[in-house]
Design a binder for this molecule. Structure first.
Ligand SMILES: Cc1cc2nc3c(=O)[nH]c(=O)nc-3n(C[C@H](O)[C@H](O)[C@H](O)COP(=O)(O)OP(=O)(O)OC[C@H]3O[C@@H](n4cnc5c(N)ncnc54)[C@H](O)[C@@H]3O)c2cc1C
Length: 390
C-alpha cells in the first residue's frame, strides 16, 4: 500500500515549510529511514526521513513552500502502484495512510507503547517512539505540555518578559525615550501569558496528532505490568512497554500554618488575578527566585527566606553570590540561613515568623520548597523499586 508524505510540523509555531531538495528523483527507489528530502522553515533546516519503502512519486517539486500536513509526495509499494498513481496525475491512492516523515504509520507498528503523562518527559518519548514505528498511546490527565508549558517554564517566561518590558519602559527616559505615564495592566499581562500557553499547547496537540498516535485525555493507572487503565472511562489498554512520565507537583513543608488559605505554590502564583503589594517567598531556589524577580520588577515588595546559607543552593557559590548581589541591588530582600517557623492569619494578611523571632505582616506567601513525584495513582499496584539517579 502507498504511503503518503506530508509536510511535517517541525516546531510548535511552524505553519509552512519549503522543500529545499528532494534527495531522490521521480520514480526513484527509497528505503524507509533514508533521508528523503530537506525541508527549511524560518528557524531550521531539517532532513526528512522516508516513512516507507518503495518508488517515489513527487507531488510538490523542489523550492515550493507548502503548508504543514499538505501532501507533498507518495511512496508507491511497487511499479504497478507507482504507474497508477502517476497516471492519476499524482493523486495518491485514496486508501493510502497519511504519514509524514515525522510519523510512521504508527498504529500498525510492531511494538506497542503507552506513555503516561504528556509533559516534556512524555511527549518527546511518544513522538520518537512513533517515528521509530511503534504503535503509541499517550495518556494525559490534564493539559498536554505538562508543567513546563502550562505551569512552569513557559508561563513564567511570559511573565518575566512582561515584567522586563515594564521595567524597561519605566526607565526609558534615562535612554532619551519618553514613554509617558507607564502603568502595568496585570490582567492584560496574565491574558497574554494565557494566550502564549494556549498557543503552544494547541501546537503540541497538532504535532502529536500528526504522528498518528492514539491520544487519550484521562488518568492512567498501571494495573498490571502490561496494562494501563484509564480511570475516567474504565478502558484498559495493553502494551509491550509502558513509559511513566508523570512528572512532579509542588512540595509543602511542615511549617505551622502552611495549609492556611492564601499560602500558595507556583501553580497558584501563575493564576493570580491581582498583584499583591508584598510577597514573602519561602525557598530561594530557581523557581522562588524567578518569581522574586517577576514580582519585584512589577513593583511588589519581595522578601525571600532561604533555609540554606545561599540562595540558588544547587549552583556554585560564586554564581549564587553574584546573583544575590544583583537581586539585592534590584530591591529584593534576601534572608539566608533562615527558616520560617510559623504562619498565622491576620485578616487578609499573614503574619510570618522567621529567623530569630522576626515577624512580618505580608499579603501573599509563596511556598517554593521544591517538587516531588506522585507515586500513588500510576504505580499503586506495581511493586516497583525506586532508585534516585540524580
Ligand atoms: C514555575 C516553574 C518554572 C520552571 N521553569 C523552567 C525553566 O525555565 N526551564 C526548565 O528547563 N525547566 C523549568 N521548569 C521545570 C520543568 O517544568 C520540568 O522539568 C518539566 O515540566 C518536567 O517534565 P515532566 O514531563 O517530567 O513532568 P511534567 O511536566 O510535570 O508532566 C507530567 C505530566 O503527567 C501528567 N500526569 C501525571 N500523572 C498522570 C496520570 N496518572 N495519568 C495521566 N497523566 C498524568 C501531568 O498532568 C503532567 O501533565 C519549571 C518548573 C516550574 C514549576
Amino acid at each position: 500500500m502507498a504511503t503518503n508524505i506530508t509536510m511535517p510540523k517541525l516546531g510548535l509555531t511552524m505553519e509552512t515549510g519549503k522543500i529545499v531538495e528532494w534527495k531522490t528523483s521521480e520514480g526513484g527507489e527509497v528505503k524507509q529511514g533514508d533521508i528523503l528530502l530537506i525541508v527549511e522553515t524560518e528557524k531550521i533546516t531539517y532532513e526528512v526521513e522516508a516513512p516507507g519503502s518503495g518508488l517515489l512519486h513527487i507531488v510538490v517539486p523542489q523550492d515550493a513552500e507548502v503548508p504543514v500536513a499538505e501532501l507533498i509526495g507518495v511512496i508507491a509499494a511497487d511499479k504497478a502502484e507507482f504507474d497508477k498513481i502517476a497516471a492519476a496525475g499524482g493523486t495518491p491512492a485514496a486508501n493510502a495512510p497519511t504519514a509524514s516523515s515525522q510519523e510512521s504509520a504508527a498504529p500498525s507498528g510492531d511494538i506497542s507503547i503507552i506513555v503516561i503523562g504528556g509533559g516534556p518527559g512524555g511527549y518527546p518519548a511518544a513522538i520518537r517512539a512513533s517515528q521509530l514505528g511503534a504503535k503509541v498511546t499517550i495518556i494525559e490527565k490534564d493539559q498536554f505540555g505538562g508543567t513546563c508549558l502550562n505551569r512552569g517554564c513557559i508561563p513564567t517566561k511570559a511573565l518575566l518578559q512582561s515584567a522586563g518590558v515594564y521595567r524597561g519602559a519605566k526607565g526609558a527616559e534615562m535612554f532619551g525615550v519618553k514613554a509617558g505615564d507607564v502603568k502595568l495592566d496585570f490582567p492584560a499581562v496574565m491574558k497574554r501569558k494565557n494566550t502564549v500557553v494556549k498557543q503552544l499547547v494547541g501546537g503540541l496537540g497538532g504535532i502529536l496528532k500528526s504522528h498518528g498516535m492514539k491520544i487519550i485525555n484521562g488518568t492512567g493507572q498501571i494495573v498490571s505490568p502490561n496494562t494501563v487503565k484509564v480511570m475516567e472511562s474504565g478502558e484498559e489498554i495493553k502494551a509491550d512497554k509502558i513509559i511513566i512520565a508523570t512528572g512532579s507537583v509542588p512540595s509543602r513543608v511542615p511549617i505551622d500554618g502552611v495549609d492556611l488559605e492564601g499560602v500558595i505554590t507556583s501553580d497558584e502564583a501563575l493564576c493570580l488575578e491581582k498583584l499583591p503589594e508584598s510577597i514573602l517567598i519561602i525557598g530561594g531556589g530557581v523557581i522562588g527566585m524567578e518569581f522574586a524577580q517577576i514580582m519585584n520588577q512589577m513593583d511588589v515588595e519581595v522578601t525571600v527566606v532561604e533555609m540554606l546559607p545561599q540562595i540558588l543552593p544547587a549552583e556554585d557559590a560564586e554564581i549564587a553570590t553574584a546573583f544575590t548581589g544583583m537581586v539585592k541591588k534590584e530591591g529584593i530582600e534576601i534572608c539566608t540561613s533562615t527558616s520560617v517557623s510559623r504562619i498565622e492569619s491576620k485578616g487578609k494578611k499573614k503574619l510570618v515568623t522567621f529567623g530569630d523571632k522576626k515577624r512580618r505582616l505580608i499579603l501573599c506567601l509563596l511556598l517554593s520548597v521544591g517538587r516531588h513525584i506522585q507515586r500513588d495513582l500510576t504505580l499503586a499496584r506495581l511493586a516497583l523499586k525506586w532508585r534516585r539517579v540524580l
